[in-house]
Design a protein around this ligand. Structure first.
Ligand code: FES
Length: 250
């Protein structure tokens, strides 16, 4: 049912184990015939490690979705899509939808190193141009995602930008595009609990107003998002997380 009804931008919340953390994950793709959805997960903390440890035949305790608002897609003209690290996974359906709507799509793929550049083949299939940037220069060009985006902005007229990746990366892409007055959409991945607008765990400030990422988002006008507040809230459970992770070590 999720595979059938999901649109670009939608996410699911998954939980591994009865007491597991509820993890919001954007749907990267689906196969309606098989009834499957594709999630791309990077092992970074306790919950993502538990999810990645599952083998074929194991199961996820529960999956809720599709949640959130679908991406607003139209023919903007020339669009730059900036994807950082695992953020390229939620970017893929947006790139595909933008291309299908007739946009000229230029995608900037960025990661710390070559092995963190993902879904390049799929992104290339739906982009008019792809620029790869790595922090250490091990693949594509050496530099930050913002350098790749600015190069395009200086070269040609860009009508809209989409940025998905770590919060800090989206913050800097937005600072850059604000300078050039290019409307920019970001997809936020905050801590979530219920995913239906009731608990307030995912609240952020957008344009001075409180918004809930799970029901109002996950996409917002990046120029209006208070990224510093969001980064602070996302770090709230860091020490507990570290403690739990240390228990996992053999
Ligand atoms: Fe509870 Fe959004 S996750 S309000």
């Amino acid at each position: 049912m999720i595979a059938k009804s999901r649109r670009a931008g939608h996410f699911v919340i998954v939980r591994v184990g009865e007491k597991g953390e509820r993890m919001p994950l954007t749907i990267a793709g689906s196969n309606i015939q098989k009834g499957t959805i594709t999630l791309v997960v990077q092992e970074v903390g306790l919950s993502s490690t538990r999810l990645c440890e599952l083998n074929e035949g194991d199961y996820i305790t529960d999956v809720v979705g599709p949640l959130g608002q679908a991406t607003h897609i139209e023919n903007y003209g020339t669009v730059v899509c900036a994807g950082g690290g695992v953020g390229v996974a939620p970017m893929l359906p947006i790139v595909q939808a933008l291309k299908a709507a007739g946009n000229r799509v230029i995608t900037v793929l960025a990661g710390r190193s070559k092995d963190l550049i993902i879904l390049e083949k799929e992104i290339r299939e739906s982009s008019d141009e792809v620029i790869v940037m790595t922090d250490d220069g091990s693949y594509g060009r050496k530099g930050l995602v913002t350098e790749g985006v600015e190069e395009v902005i200086k070269r040609e007229k860009v009508n809209r930008c989409f940025a998905i990746g770590p919060a800090i990366m989206m913050k800097f892409v937005c600072l850059l595009t604000k300078k050039y007055e290019i409307p920019t959409d970001v997809s936020l991945n905050t801590i979530m609990v219920d995913g239906t607008g009731m608990c307030g765990a995912c609240r952020i400030t957008v344009g001075g107003k409180t918004r809930f990422v799970c029901v109002d988002g996950p996409e917002f006008d990046g120029h209006q998002v208070d990224f510093d507040e969001m980064l602070k809230r996302m770090g709230a459970f860091k020490s507990i997380e570290r403690e739990q992770m240390s228990k996992l070590q053999p």
